[in-house]
Structure formats: C-alpha cells, structure tokens
Design a protein around this ligand. Structure first.
Ligand code: PEP
Ligand code: MG
Length: 326
C-alpha cells in the first residue's frame, strides 16, 4: 500500500470532477523540510516556530531566526511557506524559572498565550517579525497569527507588522512588501464572528486542535477526558462549515491545519464543506491525496449539506460512513 501511495507523489491533486486541491505540510523545525517534500507537500501550511525556542529554552536572536526561516523558504524552492508567529505560553512556557508574574496561571490554555503573549512582549515580537520579513525576499512567505479573537488584536498585530516593515525600510533591508498576513481560527468566537477576520486579513487557517478543545471544553492534553475530544461533534462541524463558507463568500482563502485535515476519514466531509487547502503532518499527505483523487466534490457537497443539519451524533456517524463508502 505504501508503494502505491508513493506513486501519487508527483500526480496533480484533483478531484474526480476536476477541482484542484492544495496539500501542504505542518512542520516544527527547518530540518523537517525534506520530510515535507518527501511526503508530497506542495507548500508549508504551518511552520510552528515556537519549536525554535522550545528546542533550546532561550529565545533565538533575529539573525538566528532569519536563518531558520530562510532555510525553510529556500528548501521549499518557490513553494509557499506559511510561518506562524510564536505560539508560546500555556504549556510552552516562556519564563519557566521566572517570577510568579511571568509564570502561567491556573488556566494556561485560557491565559496569555500565542498572539496575546507576543503583543505583551513587543521586543520579542518585533525581532520575530523582522526575521520573517527578511526571509521573504527568498521566496513566497505568508505570516500566520495564532489564537486571535478580537478585532483590536488583529489591528494591533497589523500595526506591529507595519512597524517591523518600516524599521527594515529605514535600514534599507530588502523584504517582500506584499507579504500576506493571515489569522488562525481556533477560538469559537473567531469562527462565529469570522467577519472580523475576513475584513482585515488576507487568508485564514482553521486550527481544529484548539478549536475542538475550546468548543467542547476538553483539554487537548488531558488523557482523562480524551474520549470526549470529538472532531465530529455537531457544534464543531457547524463552526467549521460556517468559517469555510463565509471565507469562500468573501473570496478569502481558508485552510485547515489541525489534525482534522490529515485524517482521511474526514477528507470528503471537508471537501463537501468547500475546503480546498489542507495542511497536515507530512506522513498523512498521500493518504489524503488518495481520497481526493477518488472523490467527486459535486456529488459529495449536497450530502454534506444534509449532514450539517443532523445534530444527532449516531446519525452523523452513519452519514459519514455512507459518504466514505465507495
Ligand atoms: C491547532 O490548534 O489546530 C493548530 C494547528 O495549532 P497547534 O496544534 O500548534 O496549537
Ligand atoms: Mg493551535
């Protein structure tokens, strides 16, 4: 089976009815690029840059970050690279030996995490933004911002990016002026009020790992409640469908980069919701591609629309089995 999948590596990713789908890889370090390419990735949909920090425990400076980002962009040789700014805080503590004020509090997942932390550490954020922008002259880079919920957070982030650009301009350091900026949809509020994002950003990426965690109030790392962590909960599907269809209406590209995107059992469901860009662990790409090559989106879509009106889990599962049959 593995060899059969390998043969798909160079084929176009297109549905039976001719719809092109983009399959991207999630990576954690520049060293993952060969795996991404080997896995058949057409781009990097999520570079989790906090691993540059987690791997060593202190913050890499601008030059080191720049070199890491440049390495990924050059390694991908002209394919798009989506770089997410640090998703630190929560379980990825920035100051493990710091003062009590620095330390994560009782509800780390609801605390000063990701963009909240970056906005509260402007020097750290500027360093990262400058490093990413500097790498943008070596290939197509997109900037992705994690854990946004509020309009003012997006506005503040865009201002910080403008500030980084203006400092580079002042130093005559080249970068791509048109670097796209996107936001992650991983908080239910963001999915419900997605217009806030669509009006301000160039693209969206749905982080289902966190979106499921926050929608169902299930700690994604807590094994005691792991059986309740359900990507097929009707509320999760409603949020996904709402986000994808509104992005489509607004003409804003939207991807899914959580684990959901890499599960071949969910590929047709996502295709039927209108998803056209998937980002996942490199090991999943060809499995998902195999499903896409055997799927007729125009046939699936009406069935998925019907599924989304079901809010009885057993019926939903039955409908999913039918959708996946053949
Ligand atoms: C997600 O939340 O789905 C996601 C892709 O981000 P991370 O898993 O890094 O939180
Ligand atoms: Mg996340």
């Amino acid at each position: 089976e593995k060899n059969q999948l390998k043969r798909l590596k160079t084929s176009r990713t297109v549905s039976l009815d001719g719809i092109d789908i983009a399959l991207h890889a999630n990576i954690e370090l520049p060293g993952d690029v060969p795996d991404a390419l080997e896995g058949g990735a057409e781009g990097i949909g999520l570079f989790r840059t906090e691993f540059l920090f987690l791997n060593r425990g202190d913050m890499p400076d601008e030059q080191e970050q720049f070199e890491a980002y440049k390495k990924v962009v050059k390694g991908m040789a002209g394919r798009p690279v989506t770089i997410r700014t640090f998703d630190l805080g929560a379980d990825k503590d920035l100051h493990p030996e710091g003062t009590a004020g620095d330390r994560v509090k009782t509800n780390p997942a609801l605390g000063r995490r990701a963009i909240r932390l970056s906005l509260s550490e402007p020097k750290m954020f500027q360093t990262q933004l400058r490093a990413i922008l500097r790498a943008s002259r070596y290939g197509p880079i997109k900037l992705l911002i994690p854990m946004l919920a509020h309009a003012h957070e997006i506005d503040q982030t865009l201002a910080a990016i403008e500030q980084a650009k203006s400092s580079l301009r002042g130093e005559k350091i080249p970068f791509d002026e048109n670097t796209q900026v996107g936001g992650m949809i991983e908080i239910p509020a963001a999915a419900l009020a997605v217009g806030i994002f669509l009006r301000r950003l160039d693209f969206l990426s749905i982080g289902t790992n966190d979106l499921i965690q926050y929608t169902l109030a299930i700690d994604r790392a807590d094994e005691q409640v792991a059986s309740l962590y359900d990507p097929l909960h009707p509320a999760v599907l409603m949020l996904l469908a709402h986000t994808i269809s509104n992005a489509e209406k607004a003409g804003i590209p939207v991807s899914v980069c959580g684990e959901t995107a890499g599960d071949p059992k969910l590929t047709r469901l996502l295709l039927g919701m209108g998803l056209r860009i998937f980002s996942m662990h490199p090991s999943q790409i060809l499995k998902v591609k195999n499903r896409i090559l055997k799927s007729d989106v125009s046939e699936i879509a009406p069935n998925v629309r019907k599924m989304l009106r079901l809010d009885e889990p057993a019926k939903l599962r039955e409908a999913l089995e039918k959708l996946n049959a053949s």
